[in-house]
Design a binder for this molecule. Sequence first.
Ligand SMILES: NC(=O)c1ccc[n+]([C@@H]2O[C@H](COP(=O)([O-])OP(=O)(O)OC[C@H]3O[C@@H](n4cnc5c(N)ncnc54)[C@H](OP(=O)(O)O)[C@@H]3O)[C@@H](O)[C@H]2O)c1
Length: 208
Amino acid sequence: MKVSVIGSGNMGSAFVKQLTAAGHSVAVSSRNAASAEKLAKAHKAKAVALAKAGEADVIILATGAADAAAALKGAGDLNGKVVVDITNPLTADYMGLTLGHSTSSAEEIARAVPGVKLVKAFNTVFAQLLDAGADLGKGGKVSVFVASDDADAKAKVTELAASMGFAVTDAGPLKNARYLEPLAGLNIYLGYGAGRGTAISPAWVQAA
Ligand SMILES: NC(=O)c1ccc[n+]([C@@H]2O[C@H](COP(=O)([O-])OP(=O)(O)OC[C@H]3O[C@@H](n4cnc5c(N)ncnc54)[C@H](OP(=O)(O)O)[C@@H]3O)[C@@H](O)[C@H]2O)c1
């Protein structure tokens, strides 16, 4: 698949690594062109200007929540494009969320950039775990929860996540980002607040 990653920070870097390893054709853009170039060089990806970031089958938005809408608006014509929102609207100390209950970061982004097929995914996976890869050993896989109002977009992102080895859970419509963002909040509490570290990730169990 032709995949574009916007952002070259913790998550952007891990995505470029895993996507290229899975054989996808990856373009990366960032506010800092030099950092996108360096990242691209390290992983056989290509660095592109933000204005060209929309030229892909799937666009992964890996900026902070506050920068997300502005970044997308600078990414060229995104009408009908599949965009993956991985953001968590965190407070400055990372221990709370700045919005929720009646909306979510995903819904705010969808409202700010109408016309994109927005998919919430990967927001519950720490960058360190994404960088390490989906394989937990003994057959275990890291889970990715995927929420969207567009069935085709959800299917495409499910295929993309599975191609990198993740177990995918269909988390329903985009408004379920109202659940997924607090779930990431709990993960951050457990990882940093409770000291369990970043090699943890939420998953669902089911009795036989
Ligand atoms: N870190 C995690 O473990 C984790 C896990 C799950 C979800 N998330 C979510 O993933 C997102 C990224 O997190 P991160 O830790 O990777 O953040 P980060 O390291 O701060 O990286 C953010 C990247 O976005 C770029 N950026 C910001 N505004 C931009 C714009 N207008 N156009 C292009 N690029 C822009 C930044 O460029 P500059 O370097 O120039 O500022 C930087 O490369 C956040 O929303 C976070 O909540 C993070």
